[in-house]
Design a protein around this ligand. Structure first.
Ligand code: SF4
Ligand code: SF4
Length: 480
């Protein structure tokens, strides 16, 4: 139920019907090169702190050791994903899929409450973009100087500044490329290989590929990725409701806007039209036009406006984190809204299923394959034999000895020529042939094919609780 966004009276108040998704405006934004004005304030401190922590964790996580290896490692070559004591194989990837689905729903849950705080405070795209802007600022100066440098004709100074900036960005990209590949190749091997230029062609190629992506993404694309490539920006409005906290301009208080001197009595609203909220915006929008899909909820305009309000002696919060209901002075149902409760229940349910799946996650994988050449074999002493191949995988990080046995099968046994104890190295799979017999009388003369079910059990001898079983058919002859 979108209305005229050009309304000067209260553009936000006219924007959404209560209880429905808030239509997101698509007003023209400041295009071209954006040079964000540096802004200080509580939300910028929070954002900078979280962004720095994220970057720090990104680089340090691959250096955390666990039992003599990297705690977090996606070993593509061996198709293993290590997370501390947990090792996942391709057949366990439902667990990872669950994790991604839960993460998506958790994001929706947070979005219903706080809008796009993920984008503003924790998204890697935002973190790296702000880091690259920081590098740019150190070399080319503040936003005014950067704008001036853009317009200035090419000179030695401009060439040097631009050259140093792009070199610094390239170096930051390269370090990021190494940091990313260290999740796939142990960091203790990767970094020495990179620094001694002894890495293989493919390792080098992947590092450079991700370095280039980072350089283009954080250096050149920046907000364009959020505006044109990120699907989350597009479907966020489906998650919002009238209780969602988003960065909002209190139009009822701010309009009619207009410049004035400090402490000058005026009939105007509180917005002094200083344009600072636009100058600091990383996506170049004017939040006074209402909720826009380009807004990443970073809070820079909140800090900027609070600073202006302070200077003019007005109350802070002309731009603030507020919901539609709050702005319209209606009842705010933050914890009881349908979407908040719905996504909350969905996340808790999925987390429970995931925890159960993880609890039942087995450290032994057993796959029983019957011999396809013959259904059964009659051997001289009245025995009938069936052959199988057991594929047993030790999914732990240590070598273990395993016992192979038949469960609940009184008339059957594993042939003596088969050893029932096997040693399997950490993370390895063993293909083990097993012969099972059924003892009949020596003069037994059955003619009818009989199918029974037997079950193999493989038990870890150092921890008998770790076992895996699988049933398989056993064919023999029956007299009836
Ligand atoms: S409008 Fe404000 S909160 Fe939204 S992206 Fe711009 S500066 Fe950040
Ligand atoms: S920063 Fe505040 S006072 Fe300045 S233009 Fe923006 S809303 Fe108006």
């Amino acid at each position: 139920m979108s209305q005229d966004l050009s309304s000067k009276e209260n553009p936000i108040a006219t924007r959404a019907a209560l209880g429905q998704a808030i239509p997101v405006t698509n007003l023209p934004v400041q295009r071209g090169k954006i040079h964000i004005k540096e802004q200080k304030g509580r939300f910028q401190r929070l954002r900078t702190g979280l962004n720095s922590l994220l970057i720090l964790f990104f680089f340090l996580l691959p250096f955390i050791p666990y039992q003599g290896r990297q705690a977090l490692l996606l070993d593509v070559e061996r198709q293993e994903f290590h997370f501390f004591s947990l090792t996942l194989w391709p057949q366990d990837f439902t667990l990872l899929a669950w994790l991604f689905i839960i993460a998506a729903f958790a994001l929706f849950f947070v979005t219903v409450f706080w809008g796009r705080v993920w984008c503003g405070y924790l998204c890697p795209q935002t973190s790296w973009s702000f880091a690259f802007v920081w590098i740019e600022r150190q070399i080319e100066g503040n936003s005014n100087k950067r704008h001036a440098l853009d317009k200035a004709p090419w000179s030695l100074e401009k060439v040097v500044k631009r050259g140093v900036k792009h070199l610094a960005w390239a170096l930051a990209g390269l370090i990021t490329g190494c940091g990313f590949i260290a999740y796939f190749i142990p960091a203790s091997e990767l970094y020495p290989q990179i620094f001694t230029l002894s890495a293989s062609f493919w390792v080098t190629a992947w590092v450079w590929f991700f370095a280039l992506c980072t350089y283009l993404n954080a250096g050149w694309m920046r907000e364009q990725m959020c505006l044109h490539c990120c699907p989350y920006a597009r479907f966020q409005s489906a998650m919002f409701d009238a209780n969602t906290l988003t960065v909002s301009y209190d139009a009822a208080r701010g309009e009619s806007r207009g410049p004035r001197k400090r402490k000058q009595a005026t009939d105007l609203g509180d917005c002094v039209d200083c344009n600072l909220c636009v100058d600091v915006c990383p996506t170049g929008i004017d939040i006074r036009n209402g909720l826009q899909y380009e807004c990443i909820n970073c809070g820079a305009c909140v800090d900027a406006c609070d600073q202006t309000m302070d200077k003019f002696g007005y109350d802070k919060g002309l731009i603030r984190y507020a919901s539609e209901n709050e702005l319209q002075k209606k009842e705010v149902k933050r914890f009881t809204s349908f979407k908040f409760v719905g996504y909350g229940i969905a996340v808790i349910t999925m987390l429970s299923v995931f925890a159960l799946d993880l609890y039942r996650h087995q450290s032994i994988d057993l796959n029983v394959i019957r011999d396809r050449q013959s259904l059964y074999r009659e051997v001289g002493d009245g025995r009938i034999e069936n052959s199988y191949t057991l594929k047993i995988r030790n999914k732990t990080q240590e070598d273990h000895q395993y016992l192979i046995s038949l469960a609940n099968t009184a008339n059957h046994g594993i042939a003596k020529e088969t050893s029932q104890k096997v040693l399997i190295r950490a993370g390895e799979q063993l293909s083990y042939p097993v012969t099972v017999f059924e003892q009949k009388q020596a003069d037994f003369a059955g003619t009818k094919l009989q199918k029974q079910t037997i079950a193999f059990t493989v038990t870890n001898l150092s921890n008998p609780k770790e076992k895996a079983s699988q049933a398989s058919p056993f064919f023999s002859l029956s007299a009836f």
